[in-house]
Design a protein around this ligand. Structure first.
Ligand SMILES: Nc1ncnc2c1ncn2[C@@H]1O[C@H](COP(=O)(O)OP(=O)(O)OP(=O)(O)O)[C@@H](O)[C@H]1O
Ligand SMILES: [Mg+2]
Length: 246
């Protein structure tokens, strides 16, 4: 399917919540591989375990069993401090609620990642931030705070913040669900460019089937279990979704 190296490998992941009668197995024996330079899409009905799986793969939520090997390192056998350091160095996150700092301008949201997270100089941070703001179509909005930006603009800032350090991994949980399709499509194109041009490994949880043609893999979940990886190069799949558009 692809010659790109495996950057993240998960084996036999299990995670339950609750006890006895109310116990829910949100992730039930999931194994998968993600590759460099690919954007994978994780789809499935509400409650099927997508957010739980994404949180386990990205080092945010401890599995009950199984392992996750990212860049050759078993992230759930690290100490909390090691895992936090790994996430800080290698992972970008995008969530539905933007999680922007209310008091900071769009420009400052990006600059602090480089100044404090990456130790860049003021000049380097300024130059890279300008580049990313203009790439995001926010060249003239850098001085605005979140309350002055539209939903789509806020989500683009959140994406800029996740991608500005050119992370090996980017994890996005429903990044388009608060947006109309025109803005949602822009967001997906930015993520896809980060995979194909920067070589990031990207995992996106989304409901909207219009995203499928942009993805290199589609992973389906149902009741905590995964069905097969379906290559999007499958002409039938592409044909269906193109016809649906025209
Ligand atoms: N912290 C928690 N405590 C108890 N149950 C939880 C918790 N987190 C998730 N669950 C349960 O695990 C199951 C999977 O939840 P998850 O959030 O992973 O689903 P999802 O596929 O992301 O759904 P959605 O599309 O609605 O976001 C659900 O039944 C949910 O109620
Ligand atoms: Mg979810």
């Amino acid at each position: 399917m692809t010659d790109e190296p495996v950057t993240l490998l998960a084996r036999n992941l299990i995670r339950s919540f609750g006890e006895g009668e109310t116990k829910t197995t949100a992730v039930n024996d999931v194994s998968l591989e993600l590759h460099k330079r690919q954007m994978s899409l994780l789809m499935g009905p509400s409650g099927s375990g997508k957010s739980t799986l994404l949180a386990i793969l990205s080092g945010l939520l401890h599995p009950d069993a199984g392992k996750v090997v990212a860049l050759g390192q078993d992230i759930w056998s690290m100490t909390d401090a090691q895992r936090e350091d790994f996430r800080r160095r290698h992972c970008g996150f995008i969530f539905q609620g933007y999680n922007l700092f209310p008091a900071l301008t769009a420009r400052q949201q990006l600059e602090i990642v480089l100044r404090w997270g990456e130790g860049k100089t003021y000049r380097e941070a300024r130059r890279k931030t300008d580049e990313v703001l203009s790439l995001l179509g926010l060249g003239k909005k850098g001085h605005l705070r979140p309350s002055q930006l539209s939903g789509g603009e806020k989500q683009r800032v959140a994406i800029g913040r996740a991608l500005i350090k050119e992370p090996e991994f980017c994890f996005a949980d429903e990044p388009t669900s608060a947006l109309d399709w025109a803005h949602g499509e822009q967001v997906i194109e930015l993520l896809s460019a980060a995979a194909h041009e920067q070589g990031s490994t990207i995992l996106v949880v989304a409901h909207d089937a219009r995203i499928v043609p942009f993805a290199d893999n589609v992973i389906h979940m149902e009741d905590g279990c995964m069905s097969d990886l379906k290559p999007v190069s499958d002409p039938a799949l592409l044909g269906v979704s193109h016809e649906a558009h025209s």
